[in-house]
Design a protein around this ligand. Structure first.
Ligand code: NDP
Ligand code: GDR
Length: 341
């Protein structure tokens, strides 16, 4: 019988790559969807036709219990979150509820549906759980590169909520013997990335300028450094983590770091443009507290899972610029696009 996976956050960037990967691996894939008229759900219906949908919301405990009861999953991937860091200052409480408490609700749904109690002891329950932890938990780093033992100092309500979810996942593993793991993933991008994140904002900006649809691109802090990889590679890592014999947490990243300025230079360069003529630095886009430098040390994932990234930073940037040039030249709308590269 096919293994069954339940993915929260199916309408997001990672949900789409993970669903495709799991379908390819022969899984029966279920996606948790919320809301009444969410246009991203129609896109999933259209583009991921083999994915089955179940209603639920990370804010609603009962709905998660019902979803787990209905799907009877072997694996649960908790990707749902408010994931845009600046929004976490504007809606700090909602971020805590969805990105932080949502993890508790999903773990409780699994625990209750599996009949797990502390008294039953270690190893009880069959459902394997993946939590989408983030390099934003490292925040203000005192050591680089960052590995599984690097201390956390989150710099945004989002980072704090992720740290809660991370420790809680560890705690359910230790308290109930559940197979529950966190992937501490560094930034990963693709042509399916939301338009508000810096890589996609830049690739769309470059495409608009190249096609004569805009004459400037406004950005915030150009000096921040990130470790950027390709989302398809990271979805593969999530699945690999849940196949390991023992439940453990892993850092996933490329081990290279670039500044936003270098990203901008590479993206404009890929379209034959000089970025300095078009980029405007806007103080209003700076964050109340910034994460200055992130760089992964993915040695453990390489050694224990055999995971390797396959797309370089330069290839990633070129892929995103080309995809957005094609999208906009064909009259597509990045907020509504009904085809995924
Ligand atoms: P996206 O922002 O693209 O997707 C977020 C998903 O969360 C959407 O499917 C959204 O669904 C869902 N969601 C939001 N609120 C709720 C809710 N109340 N209940 C259920 N689902 C909800 O994120 P990514 O795909 O980029 O990231 C996936 C996960 O990985 C996130 O948890 C993110 O924080 C984390 N992460 C991402 C990294 C990256 O670089 N991409 C790096 C490290 C961690 P809807 O359509 O209903 O709004
Ligand atoms: P990040 O991604 O906050 O790292 O979180 P984002 O692409 O938003 O920012 C990266 C860096 O770029 C700087 N920056 C800008 N960012 C945006 N969005 N818009 C701008 O105009 C701009 N100008 C400069 C930012 O200040 C920042 O330093 C992403 C999300 O996917 C999280 O959910 C995830 O956990 C982390 O990656 C790892």
């Amino acid at each position: 019988m096919a293994r069954r996976a339940l993915i929260t956050g199916i309408t997001g960037q990672d949900g789409s790559y993970l669903a495709e990967h799991l379908l390819h691996e022969g899984y029966e894939v279920w996606g948790l969807v919320r809301g009444q008229a969410n246009p991203r759900v129609s896109r999933v219906r259209q583009l991921l036709q083999d994915v089955r949908l179940v209603r639920g919301d990370l804010l609603d405990q009962g709905s998660l219990i019902s979803a787990v009861e209905k799907v009877q999953p072997d694996e649960v991937y908790n990707l749902g979150a408010i994931s845009f860091v600046p929004m976490s200052w504007e809606q700090a409480e909602l971020t805590a509820e969805v990105t932080g408490m949502g993890v508790l609700r999903m773990l409780e749904a699994i625990r209750v549906c599996s009949g797990i109690t502390a008294a039953r002891g270690a190893g009880s329950g069959q459902i394997r759980f993946y939590q989408a932890s983030s390099s934003e938990m490292f925040g203000q780093v005192r050591e680089t590169p960052q590995n599984e033992r690097t201390p956390f100092h989150p710099r945004s309500p989002y980072g704090v909520a992720k740290a809660y979810g991370h420790f809680l996942t560890q705690n359910y593993r230790e308290s109930y013997g559940m197979y529950a793991v966190s992937g501490i993933l560094f930034n990963h991008e693709s042509p399916r990335r939301g338009a508000e994140f810096v890589t996609r904002k830049v690739s769309l900006g470059v495409a608009r300028i190249k096609l004569g649809m805009a004459d400037e691109l406004r950005l915030g802090n150009l000096e921040a450094r990130r470790d950027w990889g390709f989302a398809g590679d990271y979805a593969r890592a999530m699945h690999m983590m849940l196949q390991a014999a023992e439940p453990e947490d892993y850092v996933i990243g490329t081990g290279r770091t670039q500044s936003v300025r270098e990203l901008v230079e590479a993206a404009f360069g890929a379209a034959g443009l000089d970025w300095e003529r078009y980029v405007v630095c806007d103080q209003a886009l700076h964050r109340p507290a910034e994460v200055d430098l992130l760089c992964a040390d993915p040695k453990k994932a390489r050694a224990q899972l055999g995971w390797e990234p396959t797309v370089s930073f330069e290839e990633l940037v070129a892929m995103m610029v080309e995809a957005d040039l094609n999208l906009l030249a064909g009259g597509g709308d990045p907020h509504q696009d009904s085809s995924w590269p």
